[in-house]
Design a protein around this ligand. Sequence first.
Ligand code: F6R
Length: 612
Amino acid sequence: MCGIVTAIARRNIVPVLLEGLRKLEYRGYDSAGLAVLKTEGTPQLQRLRAVGRVAELAAQADATGLSAEIGIAHTRWATHGVPSERNAHPHISAGLAVVHNGIIENFEELRSGLQAKGYKFTSETDTEAIAHLLHDKLKSIPDLFDAVRATLAELVGAYAIGVLSETDPNRAIVARKGSPLLLGIGEDGYYAASDTAALLQVTRKVVYLEDGDVAELRLDGYRVTLQDGTPVERAVNISSLSADAVELGKYRHYMQKEIFEQPQALGNTLEMIAGGGGISPQLFGADAVGIFGATRRVLILACGTSYHAGLVARYWIESVAKISCTVEIASEYRYRDSVPDPETLVVVISQSGETADTLAALKFAKSLGMNKTLAICNVPESAIVRETALRFVTRAGPEIGVASTKAFTTQLAALALLTLALAKVNGRLSDEDEAMHLAHLRHLPVAVAKVLELEPEIEGWAQRFASKHHALFLGRGMHYPIALEGALKLKEISYIHAEAYPAGELKHGPLALVDKEMPVIAVAPADSLLEKLKSNLQEVKARGGELYVFADAGSEIPQSEGVHILHMPEHYGLLSPILHVVSLQLLSYHAALVKGTDVDKPRNLAKSVTVE
Ligand code: F6R
């Protein structure tokens, strides 16, 4: 979602702001803008805004020869008001410019109060209320930093903000609560951004702000305080993120790069079990043995693709660890009456660690007294990771494509480790089984690499059905969530409408949709449900449906007219969902290529969903 970049340095910071915004493009946005302060003579704000891509903003900056030493910039993902230049940030209130990521929940109230005082609103955004409120505060609190703090005290909701003022041209103020923001310490100045990728161009030295922090950036230094003004020290970290990790390299799209990075991402995530030995529950934190030993139930909360990872894990946790497990969509759980149970381990899964609904669901569970919490997340410094008693950080590396791929498979790897740890602590894992499961996990990167070799055949399939308007995905057992994930991938990047069903449900309704215009994609591993699935496939064939079947080495399904079969290199038992999803990712990717959609930045979607 929205992204922020702020800079004050002894150089022209306009190219830094623009490059920072380019690096934040993956978060999803529909318009972009920046404001700089010209400091020669009377300080003066200059603002540029554009609907569409950062490239458009860069063209405007070029055309106007914009140059300055202090500025703020923003990519906007519309929440309040349509994507338009008028609604794009920065928002200005007489000499003040503000960029904002998040949602101000009491903005209607603030807006009416400010209108009553004579402020004129030129946009439909909640952000403009922040700019006018700050302007109003400055009438009684002349110091910009203090006035920002007083403004923040009146905001209800989530924010990361950046502020510039013509009356105080030597500093930029930033603050965060609920939305990510970090500072960068450069050789020639100070910076802030929504994520590290935006700042690697100037520095690796970063300071992660905490919720409630307000910071001032000057040419000669910075300071951080709490919102009440109490000074605080925040550690300086050296980011290990390599610039290459966020570059496309030889790939056409980030999604393609990330699909092909999966063997490496899985290898990194599973590094702790690489050398012999058994599974150590402490992989999840120092208190894991105690917490897992007292766990009677597991509740998994997540959204989207991460929710699908949870659905697969339910099969594993119940069958291997023999612990009852429920999986719930975070945005539903947070608003319903449920029966809290302190013996439940609450597991939140999130690639970004910033998903507003998942974070709120976690806080809600804790407010009900469920304090045995675990985060599975790809971003170590994220809000979700900071909220849980236990954590496992997947090592997928930055995921730039909006569609989650390597984050998903590494989440599954982490959940497989969790299953084994729960089983072991609760005495349900024999030494023999432990060794067998670990051997499978260690071999996973090689097994996934073999699936990637199927790309040419999968590409051929994608060519055939990219012209269709609908598709049906079928799976059974732990491959039903993989069918759900395949359908989600296809719809989000190719815009082909796709639905997934447990294959046994077909004749209870969806079979009515099947004809030759409805491709049916089946995930058909050689497991105990294969014979049942074959009967379901016959039901499709008998109605003239065209079948695309992802079978395993051992699944004997005959190829025939309208039945296309692709055999996965090997059958992978419990971990088979991890292999099967890779082929579905490739299918969606190639279908999107044929359709010519924007693979990495699908319309209307954001990478990091920091609003409800
Ligand atoms: C789909 C996708 C989304 C995310 C969802 C949750 O490809 O990426 O469905 O899985 O928005 O995001 P995280 O995992 O960051 O909490």
